[in-house]
Design a protein around this ligand. Structure first.
Ligand SMILES: C[S@@+](CC[C@H](N)C(=O)[O-])C[C@H]1O[C@@H](n2cnc3c(N)ncnc32)[C@H](O)[C@@H]1O
Length: 170
């Protein structure tokens, strides 16, 4: 009977996420490495936020490039797993939060997102609000999605790099 509860919890945790963003599908390490070298060379000067950080693979690759890496993840099971796998990595931090309800850390330089298409418009709005709030440009690495209406700075494979500039409030 306990296994039935286990399956129920698993289905609820992974299924309900679809109402808040992309379901869990991990990025591939070799492509993440390529993005952080050829598309946006990450360095110790960067703080990267992975919005929906899954098992933390992106965070660990970012950390290896010297960056501080912060994951926002809504699924508590994935938060526990990623914290455990990254437990020896001092550059990596994983927060149990809903990205839509949270601000980016003030030191954020670049955001990574493997988002679902229905949420792209909302993501563009969120990124613009954050650039306005922080009053400086924010870089955004999109995996698998084009941001409609915006021109990418560069692309590598399925990755595109965008910059959100702060807008003056009227
Ligand atoms: C496509 S996976 C990407 C995982 C990881 N970024 C990677 O590239 O390997 C999307 C992740 O976003 C999480 N997620 C979905 N909606 C979210 C939200 N509103 N706030 C935080 N995390 C969310 C899911 O639980 C899932 O782990």
């Amino acid at each position: 009977m306990i296994w039935l509860w286990g399956i129920g919890v698993f289905v609820v945790l992974f299924g309900l996420v679809a109402f808040r963003g992309a379901p869990y599908v991990p990025s591939q390490k070799k492509y993440v490495r390529q993005a952080f070298s050829e598309l946006y060379p990450l360095s110790h000067k960067d703080t990267l936020v992975d919005v929906g950080s899954g098992d933390g693979i992106v965070l660990r690759v970012a950390s290896k490039c010297g960056a501080r890496a912060i994951g926002y993840e809504i699924n508590p099971l994935l938060v526990l797993i990623s914290r455990f796998i990254s437990r020896h990595d001092k550059n990596v931090e994983v927060k149990l939060v809903d990205f839509w309800l949270t601000q980016l850390p003030d030191r954020t330089t670049v955001v990574y997102a493997f988002a679902a298409t229905p949420y792209i418009k909302k993501m563009i709005h969120k990124m613009q609000c954050e650039a306005n709030r922080l009053q400086r440009p924010l870089r955004y690495i999109s995996y698998g999605n084009v941001l409609a209406g915006l021109e990418a700075d560069a692309s590598v494979g399925a990755y595109r790099l965008y910059t959100f500039y702060p807008l003056q409030s009227s």
